[in-house]
Write a protein that binds this ligand. Sequence first.
Ligand code: ATP
Ligand code: MG
Length: 218
Amino acid sequence: MAQIAFQNVSYRRGGKEIVKNLSAEFAPGDFVSIVGPSGSGKSTFLRLCCHLISPTGGKILFHGKDMLRENPIEIRKKIRYCFQEPVLWGNTVEDNVAFPYRIRNRKADREKIVSLLSRFHMDESCLTHDVKSLSGGEKQRIALVRTLLFEPEVLLLDEATSALDADNAELVEKEIYRLNQKGVTVLWVTHNDAQSRKYANRLLTIENGQIQSREELK
Ligand SMILES: Nc1ncnc2c1ncn2[C@@H]1O[C@H](COP(=O)(O)OP(=O)(O)OP(=O)(O)O)[C@@H](O)[C@H]1O
Ligand SMILES: [Mg+2]
């Protein structure tokens, strides 16, 4: 059974059909790159995948069950979405990395936080930094750390390395690939052609709200 299945999914907003009758299936452990022109509906597709928005037509199944009938908060613990524009909250980096523990009523695991920060070339000292003072690339990496502190079943990445230099982008790619090797399903929207083909097993091109092509990569 597919982990996530789109069955003739449409999404209409403001008189415009942004996603049109889209069908696709994703299996556990898939690594799928999603490419396509700006405005074609890629971010909308990811938002549908984690029930941040609901389809206006068709169905999305998660493990065979209609996603609309599941608790969206529980869905989003399992299917984690890393936004195209990273949104940090509170005042400090610590407020952000403590958040995943807070919503699970658990004490923040400082050792794990510091270890994950170091994987992304950041150290403990950044925990007290004001989020308003961070660069775009730092914000992107903190948002990733916040997303990855609890391993998701499915990871949705929306241009997750767009603000990073080549070295940091490679660190992120390797970390995501490592998670994928452990079984995490990855759906990654990227405008970077080399990145789209590096680790993925499938490449989907979305154009005009529809899947325009599907390519098996390995
Ligand atoms: N909430 C909304 N209300 C109205 N229109 C929207 C909404 N969200 C997205 N759109 C429109 O839907 C289209 C697809 O947007 P989307 O953000 O999914 O594109 P994208 O493929 O992710 O583009 P990019 O590569 O630039 O990030 C765009 O024309 C956008 O303006
Ligand atoms: Mg987008």
